[in-house]
Every structure is written in structure tokens, then in C-alpha cells.
Design a protein around this ligand. Structure first.
Ligand SMILES: Cc1ncc(C[n+]2csc(CCOP(=O)(O)OP(=O)(O)O)c2C)c(N)n1
Ligand SMILES: [Mg+2]
Length: 583
């Protein structure tokens, strides 16, 4: 093979090495300085290109894809503010521990800070949000430089998928010409023959990175086994994890071995997909009026990030118990500071080892019966409620989605309503959300990115402000070939703010917090080529939602709701439940 110039050689080698290490897709956004990378990606046979017009959406699309696959999809942009538009998704990838490979193009060193056009300081642009940053060397046709480049790919992917996974930023300086034009003598014709391994790479990765798994030593494991063995009442709490952590079979084995109830966050990967009993209604009933009559658990094992449910977090804060937080990266994701032990260990390995060490314990029936009774009362109330309110929409979505489904749920009320109203099912529903930094930006793109990586039907439930925030992202439906059912809950503004004390300070509540906009989103139907339907009642929603699941293409089902009424119904249902349980 011959290369017209060093930039072409450099970019093709980079992309070739990514493909050799298993990268099979990329998100590109247009621009000039990144031309060598863009051309190399676009021309590679084994890499699927998702082309985006706007960098913010591109980055969120890659984020959503990685949430679904566990593998990074590189993102490429030109220099300047383009790179800054990746930042929100980089932050979410950092906080939610999602692998991401950010490739920004830049001027060579002498043109930085010299008044050159579209040139900003891109070095360490994302600060501590990345696992690794490097200013890549300038392209050059030497064997050692290309071995360095291939090694850099291995290091970058290794860091992005390490413990914890997260974003990696490679900043690429390129000098003109950026296009694949012939530059006499830039890459000698004999280059490949003289440097076969550097030019062609190895059979497979240039450097194989093997990730170790953190494990407890036997003393620490014995202390844990001891605590669990002597516990009369225990709980397993599975927090948000973007995929079942630990694996479902490992958590099921641990639940069997301990007899502890499993409280599963909707984002834990455990609310759905289990045959055994899963506790899912805790957000409604683990309140002081109910639990003051309950004895405290003596042991709690917490997996994943901090639970979405404030009720559950407060309950764990109130209880006098030994609380083990399992975090393979040794991070701290427990902001009530009531945990007593941090276990730096891989959750799946730990769950299996612990289950193996324990002789099967019969469950403490008085303890589990409390949860069974509360669950049954909660789910009966939810099933009997025929009211048109936001909680019932999420209850219906969770019940009606086919097996399997990938379900992306927006902040703010949709994820909370899913937490409270989605009854556990054995169906394989993969629930994803952006709860690392809980932004309402990039929701549509993240969902479509997840959808691009699976054959599952894709369902997105979003609020109206989150829909507005990432309307650009809808373009990926057509450009990236993704179909979805989008449920847009339109309560004309940020319904969540009704839950806060600011509700009673109006002004400025309505204009500055709830921010009603009165926008008619049906115009997005024509603009983005999707079917847009508006419904106003619960039965009409169920019909429209089911029809959309049965049809191809993308449907937006907009459901009109009143945030205030929805809050009052949530409260009424909870009051009835608490009255029943504390009677
Ligand atoms: C990027 C970003 N800006 C602002 C916020 C603060 N915020 C949290 S929820 C919310 C309102 C969301 O409204 P909507 O999507 O309609 O959902 P609803 O509250 O009505 O359920 C806002 C502005 C945020 N989380 N992220
Ligand atoms: Mg809203």
C-alpha cells in the first residue's frame, strides 16, 4: 500500500489499529482539521460510520451506544468549540463510568496561542473527567512513531474500559495538507516494506491489554461472611449500574444463599429479568411512618451507585446497620456517609464467592414478610389506579414493553416514576438513563445511540423540556437508521419543581422554574419525518403506545399531563399505602 502523505498514513494506521482492537463503529461530525481522521474512518470497511451534524448530539449518541454495549464508540470532531460541545457527554461518561474515546483535531504546537483561526486551548480540555489525556505526537513516517501510535490506541482503549471505565481524550495535531493529496517524499514508497509491523500491525491487537479483577483477600472475605452469617435481617440493595452489576445469576445466587430481600433500582439491571422475587416498590413505603414499627436490618450490602430513590437513601441513612458498599474502583458513591465498610471488589466475583461460602440460610420469614406485604399492597394500589397521571404512564410502559426491550428513561420525573411504579417482571428489559450527572441534555441522542447497538425494540420516555433540549438529536433517527417509540410526557415545563419548596414562591416559580413554553411539538413530526400523535387519557395512551410498538418507523406519543395533579395523585396513593401498612 502507498500513502499520499504522512497525515493519511497516520490516520489510517490509527483507525486500522482501532479496528484490530475490536472497534466497529464511530461517530463523526464535520470539520476541516479532522479531515485525515474522518477520511480514514469513512473509508474503513469494518467500521460503521454514524454521521452527526452536531457534536453535542454525536457525543451523547456514542455515550448511549456504549451504555448498551459496554464498548467505546470513538467520537471525532474538528478544533475549537466543536470539542467543547463534547463536554456534557464526557461528564456523563465520567460520572456514570461509561467507556468513551474522544478524538479532537488541533493545530500543531506553533499555531496554538498565536491567533490562528478556530484554535483554542484543547489540552486537558475535559480536566479530571477523563481517565487519560494525551496530546498525540505529530504525524511522521517512521517505524517507531507508528509503533507508538498503535500502542497509544491500546492504552487508550485499555484506560477507557478499565476500572472504572470512562472517557479518554486524544488530541491530534495535524498540519496541512489535511486531504489525501500527494506530497512528494513524505512517505517513502518502501516504507511498508521497511517497517512491516509498524505499518501493518500484528495479527490482532498491537498490544493486548488484560484487565485484572479486584478481589477481597481471604481475611476481608471472612469478615464479610461472618457479618452476613450472624445477621438476622439483611438487605441487598442494587443501585444504578448501566448493566446488571453483579451479573443476574450471581445476584440471584447471593439472594438464595442469604435469604435477603433484593431491592433493585430500575437502572441496576435487576428490576427486570429475574425469575425470583425482586422488591421494587420501596420508594413508596420505606418512609418513617411505616418503618418506625420495623426492626432495622443488621446488614446491608450495597452494589452499584447510590439509589435513585430518595426514600431508600433516607431509609438506609436512618437504619442502624452494618452497611457494606461494594465498588470495584474503590470510589465513594454514598453521599449520606452511613456506610461502615467499603469493599473494593468486583461485584460479580464477590457475590459468587460469598454465596459459595455461606451454607444456604433459610430466610427470616418475619423480615421478608414485611417486604412481601408492603409490595403486595403497593402493587395492588398501582394496578387499581385508573387515573391519568404521570406515574401510571410509567407503570403502563413497564408492563406493556415486549420481551426483550431497551428502555431509555429521562431525568427528571420519568426515572422517578419508573422507580416507584414499574413492577418487577421477568422480561429482559434493559433500562438505561443518564444518572451519572443527571442532565436533561442529550437524552434523545443517548437513547438513539443505545438503540443503534441492539435489535431490541427501543423505547424512550422523556419529559417535554428534555425533548426540547435535544431536538437536534432526532435527526439521528433517519441518518443513523434507528427506529424508536418515543413517549414524550408534556406537562408544559419542568414538573419536578412542583416537588420543591420553591413551588410556593410564585413569582418567580412559574416563569423561572417551571418555565411553561407552550410549544407545539407536533411540528417535529414533519421536520424529522416521524409519526406524531397526541393523547390526553390513560386508555388512549395505552392504545397509542401498543400500536407504536407493533409498527415500524418512529412514533412520538405525546401525552399531555398536569404536573401538579400528578404530584397530588402520587401523594394520595402514598398516603393510602402508608395508612394501610401502618394500620
Ligand atoms: C442540562 C440541565 N439543565 C438543567 C437541569 C435542571 N433540571 C432538572 S429537571 C429539569 C426540568 C425537566 O423538565 P422535563 O424534561 O419536562 O421533565 P419533568 O420535570 O416535567 O418531568 C431541569 C431544568 C438539568 N438537570 N440538566
Ligand atoms: Mg415536563
Amino acid at each position: 500500500m502507498t500513502y499520499p502523505n504522512r497525515n493519511t498514513l497516520w490516520a489510517e494506521t490509527f483507525v486500522d489499529e482501532l479496528a484490530a482492537e475490536g472497534v466497529d463503529a464511530v461517530c463523526l461530525a464535520p470539520g476541516s482539521r479532522s479531515t485525515p481522521l474522518t477520511v480514514a474512518f469513512a473509508e474503513h470497511d469494518d467500521i460503521e460510520v454514524f454521521s452527526h451534524l452536531d457534536e453535542r448530539s454525536a457525543a451523547f449518541f456514542a455515550l448511549g451506544r456504549a451504555k448498551r454495549t459496554g464498548k467505546p464508540t470513538p467520537i471525532v470532531c474538528t478544533s475549537g468549540t466543536a470539542a467543547a460541545n463534547f463536554h456534557p457527554a464526557v461528564i456523563e461518561a465520567d460520572r456514570a463510568r461509561v467507556p468513551m474515546l474522544v478524538c479532537t483535531a488541533d493545530r500543531p504546537p506553533e499555531l496554538r496561542d498565536s491567533g490562528a483561526n478556530q484554535t483554542v486551548d484543547q489540552e486537558k480540555l475535559y480536566g479530571d473527567a477523563v481517565r487519560w489525556y494525551t496530546d498525540v505526537a505529530e504525524p511522521e513516517a517512521t517505524g517507531r512513531k507508528l509503533r507508538y501510535l498503535r500502542t497509544t490506541v491500546a492504552r487508550a482503549l485499555g484506560s477507557a474500559t478499565g476500572t472504572p471505565p470512562g472517557p479518554v481524550h486524544l488530541n491530534f495535531p495535524f498540519r496541512k495538507p489535511l486531504e489525501p493529496v500527494e506530497v512528494e517524499g513524505d512517505v517513502p514508497d518502501s516504507f511498508e516494506a521497511d517497517n512491516p509491523i509498524a505499518a501493518e500491525g500484528r495479527d490482532g491487537p498491537f498490544v493486548t491489554v488484560s484487565q485484572g479483577v479486584p478481589e477481597l483477600d481471604s481475611d476481608a472475605l471472612s469478615r464479610l461472611v461472618d457479618a452476613v452469617r450472624h445477621a438476622e435481617r439483611g438487605l441487598l440493595v442494587a443501585g444504578p449500574a448501566d448493566g446488571p452489576t453483579p451479573e443476574r445469576s450471581a445476584l440471584a445466587a447471593l439472594a438464595d444463599a442469604t435469604g435477603f430481600p433484593v431491592l433493585a433500582d430500575p437502572l441496576s439491571g435487576h428490576r427486570f429479568g429475574h425469575d425470583g422475587a425482586i422488591v421494587g416498590g420501596y420508594d413508596s413505603y420505606l418512609v418513617p411512618d411505616v418503618t418506625e414499627a420495623w426492626p432495622d436490618p443488621d446488614v446491608v450490602i450495597r452494589l452499584g451507585a447510590s439509589p435513585t430513590s430518595k426514600t431508600l437513601r433516607r431509609y438506609l441513612e436512618r437504619t442502624e446497620s452494618r452497611q457494606f458498599v461494594v465498588d470495584p474502583a474503590g470510589g465513594w458513591r454514598e453521599a449520606t456517609f452511613t456506610a461502615t465498610d467499603l469493599l473494593v471488589a468486583d461485584p460479580t466475583r464477590l457475590a459468587r464467592r460469598l454465596a459459595d461460602e455461606l451454607e444456604p440460610q433459610s430466610a427470616n420469614e418475619t423480615w421478608t414478610a414485611r417486604f412481601e406485604r408492603a409490595e403486595s399492597a403497593h402493587w395492588s394500589l398501582v394496578a387499581d389506579s385508573a387515573e391519568h397521571f404521570e406515574g401510571n404512564l410509567l407503570a403502563a410502559v413497564a408492563k406493556l414493553v415486549p420481551d426483550p426491550t431497551t428502555l431509555f428513561v429521562s431525568n427528571s420525573m420519568p426515572i422517578r416514576d419508573l422507580d416507584r411504579f414499574a413492577r418487577p417482571r421477568s422480561a429482559d428489559v434493559t433500562v438505561l438513563g443518564n444518572r451519572g450527572a443527571s442532565g436533561i441534555d442529550g437524552i434523545i441522542s443517548s437513547a438513539l445511540g443505545a438503540g443503534s447497538a441492539t435489535d431490541d425494540p427501543l423505547v424512550l420516555v422523556t419529559g417535554d423540556l428534555a425533548y426540547y433540549h435535544d431536538m437536534n438529536g432526532l435527526l439521528a433517527l433517519e441518518r443513523c437508521g434507528v427506529d424508536a417509540t418515543i413517549v414524550e410526557i408534556n406537562n408544559d415545563g419542568g414538573g419536578i419543581f412542583h416537588m420543591l419548596p420553591i413551588e410556593s414562591f410564585d413569582p418567580p416559580f412559574t416563569d423561572q422554574f417551571r418555565t411553561p413554553h407552550g410549544l407545539d411539538y407536533s411540528a417535529t413530526g414533519d421536520l424529522y419525518g416521524l409519526d406524531f400523535e397526541r393523547v390526553e387519557t390513560l386508555p388512549a395512551f395505552r392504545d397509542a403506545f401498543s400500536n407504536s410498538l407493533d409498527s415500524s418507523g418512529t412514533n412520538v406519543v405525546e401525552v399531555r399531563t398536569t404536573a401538579e395533579t400528578s404530584h397530588r395523585i402520587r401523594e394520595t396513593l402514598q398516603d393510602r399505602l402508608v395508612a394501610e401498612l401502618s394500620a
